[in-house]
Ligand binder design. Structure first.
Ligand SMILES: [Zn+2]
Ligand SMILES: [Zn+2]
Length: 235
C-alpha cells in the first residue's frame, strides 16, 4: 500500500514555527490533506511529540516522534525515533551540549509546548536555533543504537544542508536516506542519488505548507515498524 507522508513538520515550539502549529491544527491539516504518516521535527526539541502523537492516535494518523538536529558541522539532520521517550533522550543529549542562549520571543518567536488539548503548558527559554557541539557521526550512532532512523535534511538548500557544509556525502551506508525540499525535483534527485531513499517532506512552519497527498512510501502497512524497516533497506 501507499503510505502518504510528511516527515518534517515544525510545531510552535520552533521559534520560526507559526503559533497556529498546535497539535490539533497539524493533525487536522494532515488529515484534510489525505496523509497517513507525519513526523514532528522541531529544532533541537521533542517537547510536542507526545501531544501530537496522542491527537494523531485519536484521529487515525500515525505520528512519528522526531527532532531536527543541527550538529556541530552546522547542517540539519532529521532523526525519527521509535518512541517519545527515545526522542526525549536524544533531545536531552543535544541540549546539554548546546551553548545556552536565551530566546527573545519578540524577535525570534515563541517556543511553545502544548498538552494534548492543544493548550500551551510551557515556553522553552533556551533559544533552539543554536547548534549542538555533537558531531553528525556521534548523533547518528546514538539514534541508530536506539532503533531510530536518521538522515540529512533538505540537501538541495544553500544553507544548513550537508552538501552546502561538506560539499559531498559520506560513503553509503552511513545514511540510507536523504531529504529534499518540497520545491526540489524528486525524479532528478532519485536518479542522482539512486543508492539512497529520497524523502520529500515539507519542512512546514505554517499549516498551509504541510505536504498534500503526493509523496508516498510503499509499505506493507501503516506502522512505525514498517516505516523504519523500509528506511533500513538499502535501495
Ligand atoms: Zn532545517
Ligand atoms: Zn525544519
Amino acid at each position: 500500500m501507499k503510505g502518504y507522508y510528511d516527515l518534517h513538520i515544525h510545531t510552535a515550539a520552533s521559534p520560526c514555527g507559526d503559533e497556529l502549529m498546535s497539535p490539533h491544527n497539524i493533525v487536522n491539516m494532515a488529515k484534510l490533506n489525505g496523509l497517513d504518516i507525519i513526523a514532528i521535527t522541531d529544532h533541537q526539541t521533542s517537547c510536542n511529540v507526545q501531544a501530537v502523537q496522542s491527537v494523531g492516535a485519536q484521529n487515525g494518523l500515525l505520528v512519528i516522534p522526531g527532532i531536527e538536529i543541527e550538529c556541530i558541522e552546522e547542517f540539519h539532520l532529521i532523526a525519527l525515533l521509535p518512541s517519545c521517550e527515545a526522542a526525549h533522550e536524544i533531545e536531552a543529549d543535544v541540549r546539554k551540549n548546546m551553548l545556552k542562549v536565551k530566546n527573545k520571543p519578540e524577535v525570534f518567536g515563541h517556543q511553545y509546548c502544548f498538552d494534548d488539548q492543544s493548550e500551551v503548558i510551557d515556553e522553552l527559554e533556551d533559544f533552539l536555533l543554536v547548534a549542538t557541539c555533537q558531531t553528525a557521526y556521534d548523533i547518528t550512532k546514538k539514534v541508530l543504537a536506539m532503533g531510530g532512523v536518521i538522515y540529512p535534511a533538505h540537501i538541495d538548500r544553500a544553507s544548513y544542508s550537508i552538501i552546502s557544509q561538506l560539499g559531498v556525502l559520506p560513503e553509503k551506508p552511513f545514511f540510507t536516506a536523504l531529504e529534499i525540499s518540497k520545491t526540489a525535483h524528486l525524479v532528478q534527485y532519485r536518479q542522482q542519488y539512486h543508492e539512497h531513499h529520497i524523502i520529500q517532506s515539507s519542512d512546514a512552519h505554517y499549516l498551509q505548507d504541510i505536504n498534500k497527498r503526493r509523496q508516498f512510501i510503499e509499505l506493507p502497512e501503516v506502522s512505525i515498524e514498517a516505516l523504519f524497516s523500509w528506511f533500513k533497506q538499502l535501495v
